[in-house]
Design a binder for this molecule. Structure first.
Ligand code: GRF
Length: 202
């Protein structure tokens, strides 16, 4: 049976779209079982519905972290999700959530971690003055953008870059490596040694 992906997002949803394109093209051997947003106005929800992908909002307002996460985990389990993909989901997951999906939650971050975790990573990189930045797909642990790294892609910072132009070029790489990382995890062709994710050859 096809593996099931659960996508969590809070906004635009371009990473979700890239994943959905690859699923539709048969480049990811899985189906998207559910898209969940904590924000009702997230564009990603609309995009999912237009594609006929089940999409729901579970509002987080006023709920403590674990109470909220219990609602989300219940929905993911109900849909028999195998792999959870955070795609611009603007919340930190509780230890409860992480325990329910051990090494089964991925995140994409727009910098070469461990540089520039947290918000506005592209702005942080530009202001710091690095010459190379990029993006990272990693397993989610209890920290902020801190779990074992699956894939990274480098993006040079150009003299005339603004946050917008740099973000745009990083985003193109995000769309490419997120699907690649999903395929690695679904294939099981890796092993984890401490913080290192060792990719295995065929
Ligand atoms: C991306 O830059 C991603 O790296 C970060 O949040 C942004 C989400 O963009 N975690 P989108 O909603 O996928 O377009």
């Amino acid at each position: 049976m096809k593996k099931k992906l659960g996508i969590l997002l809070s906004g635009r949803g371009s990473n979700f779209e890239a994943i959905a394109d690859n699923v539709a093209a048969g480049k990811i051997p899985a189906e998207i079982a559910i898209v969940i947003s904590n924000r009702p106005e997230a564009r990603g929800l609309e995009v999912a519905r237009q594609r006929g992908i089940p999409a729901i909002c579970i509002p987080s307002k006023g709920l403590d972290r674990e109470t909220y996460d219990r609602l989300v985990v219940a929905e993911l389990k109900k849909r028999e999700v195998d792999l959870v993909c955070l795609a611009g989901f603007m919340r930190i997951l509780s230890p409860y959530f992480i325990r329910e999906f051990p090494y089964r939650i991925l995140n994409i971050h727009p910098s070469l971690l461990p540089a520039f975790p947290g918000l506005e990573a592209q702005r942080q990189a530009l202001e710091y003055g690095v010459k190379i930045t990029g993006c990272t797909v990693h397993f989610v642990d209890e920290g902020v953008d801190s779990g074992p790294i699956i894939l990274q892609a480098a993006v040079p910072v150009l003299n005339n870059d603004t946050v917008e132009t740099l973000s745009e070029r990083i985003l193109r790489e995000e769309h490419r490596i997120y699907s690649e990382a999903i395929n690695i995890v679904l294939s099981g062709k890796y092993r984890i040694e401490g913080r290192r994710v060792i990719l295995l050859e065929d």
